[in-house]
Design a protein around this ligand. Structure first.
Ligand code: SAH
Ligand code: MG
Length: 230
């Protein structure tokens, strides 16, 4: 009996060690991140229209939607709209009467995003603002505090965006930042490229900040998630 248990334990450990992350990711996506036509189009259409193919993954979208609703979001901010894919997920997580303000520097990206927001039926919930986030953020202070902030733009801007979010999020609000793993580079000691250095230092700062409970959710390219507790 004892040896049976022991064998089972080691078999289980063996299976865990060789878990295929892509396979389970697809499993999670198929179950929980089902996409309607608008989401499929927003994700596939953006690269066809000349936008970079850097939208978040479906399972990351679902995760954002979950976070947005978990903290009862009435007012959300996104920095980096691209073709609107993540914005649709966020908008669909808002509570009744909620609003998403999303910032985009490129007019072409904003135009494409607007079409996708319309297709997704979230136009009334989304307020798309064109321009550099660095210029918008000081002006947005007056519209806060925000319940939820999603950062997914230029990496050198991340420290400033995160600091702004920390100041302009209500207690119990959530800050999320995409690409927290940089394709795994943050964990590789030999990686010293500038953006990886910036993200690594932001991750460390979030981990150490007593005003936050934070972690990295490892789906997709990693989501730094922090809830403001003080
Ligand atoms: N969140 C999107 C992907 C964003 S990609 C999604 O998952 O669907 C990053 C976007 O941020 C690009 O569209 C880029 O033009 C925009 N961006 C980069 N730096 C910016 C800045 N300083 N201010 C505003 N937008 C910026
Ligand atoms: Mg990203």
């Amino acid at each position: 009996m004892k040896s049976d248990l022991g064998t089972g334990f080691f078999e289980l450990r063996g299976k865990q060690t060789i878990m295929d992350h892509q396979l389970v990711n697809d499993y999670i996506s198929e179950l929980f991140a089902r996409q309607d036509q608008a989401l499929i189009q927003a994700r596939e259409d953006s690269p066809r229209r000349g936008l970079p193919a850097i939208s978040i993954q479906p399972e990351e979208g679902r995760f954002l939607q979950l976070l947005v609703r978990l903290c009862g979001t009435k007012l959300a901010l996104e920095i980096g709209t691209l073709g609107g894919y993540s914005g649709i997920w966020i908008a669909r997580g808002l509570v009744e009467g909620g609003k998403l303000i999303t910032l985009e520097r490129e007019t072409l990206h904003a135009e494409v995003a607007r079409e996708h927001f319309a297709l997704a039926g979230v136009m009334d919930q989304v307020d798309l603002r064109i321009g550099d986030a660095q210029a918008w953020l000081p002006r947005l202070k007056a519209e806060g505090p925000f319940d939820f902030v999603f950062i997914d733009a230029d990496k050198p801007g991340y420290p400033a965006y995160f600091a702004w979010a920390l100041e302009n999020t209500r207690l119990g609000g959530v800050i999320a930042a995409h690409n927290a793993l940089r394709g795994g580079k943050v964990a590789e000691a030999g990686e010293h490229d500038e953006n990886t250095r910036i993200i690594r230092s932001l991750n460390l700062q979030a981990a150490d900040d007593p005003r936050l409970i934070s972690t990295i959710h490892p789906g997709g390219d990693g989501m730094l998630v922090a809830v403001k507790i003080a």
